[in-house]
Design a protein around this ligand. Structure first.
Ligand SMILES: C[S@@+](CC[C@H](N)C(=O)[O-])C[C@H]1O[C@@H](n2cnc3c(N)ncnc32)[C@H](O)[C@@H]1O
Length: 146
């Protein structure tokens, strides 16, 4: 079972269209923000989580709006099954570096390994394609629960 979390109708409609034309039936779309999902399904767990090109909020005063932060990561790892993986990708180096450093800090309290990659572990998403076109510096992080 795949769970897609997206609050905006356009993104949801595109995903629903893709699934219906490609006969993908094992996907559940949650049409709200991730924080609402967490509140509703307190005991959720997963094997793999993909967070690709989340809104980067490049201005320093907006960094607090970023979806992924220390608490978010810590909570996500606690919901990750053993031997599970969290993937994070961004073309904003400041965001990527921040999450990489926070993941390394979390290594002190949680059993995880952290690796950086330049190549996507999946297909190229819409924002990945945009970043490639702009020749942006794209980086991926793989956080494994060990
Ligand atoms: C820059 S787009 C990247 C979309 C896609 N992952 C890709 O790589 O093409 C960021 C997406 O995150 C969604 N988003 C923003 N805040 C969110 C939140 N709190 N929970 C879940 N999704 C969120 C936005 O609606 C948008 O579709």
């Amino acid at each position: 079972m795949v769970i897609g979390i997206e609050p905006f109708k356009n993104g949801l409609a595109n995903t629903a269209y893709y699934c219906s034309t490609n006969k993908i039936k094992n996907i559940f779309l949650f049409p709200f923000i991730f924080q609402k999902f967490e509140k509703k399904f307190k005991n959720y767990c997963f094997d793999q989580c993909y967070i690709f090109f989340p809104d980067p909020w490049p201005k320093k005063r907006h960094h607090k709006r970023r979806l992924v932060n220390y608490q978010f990561l810590k909570s996500l790892i606690s919901h990750c099954n053993s031997k599970g993986t969290i993937y994070f990708g961004s073309d904003n180096y400041d965001y990527f570096d921040d999450i990489k450093n926070k993941s390394k800090l979390l290594k002190k309290e949680l059993k995880i390994s952290v690796k950086s990659y330049k190549k996507t572990p999946t297909t190229i998403t819409r924002y990945h394609a945009k970043a490639l076109k702009l020749k942006n510096n794209i980086n991926f992080l793989k956080i494994d629960k060990i």
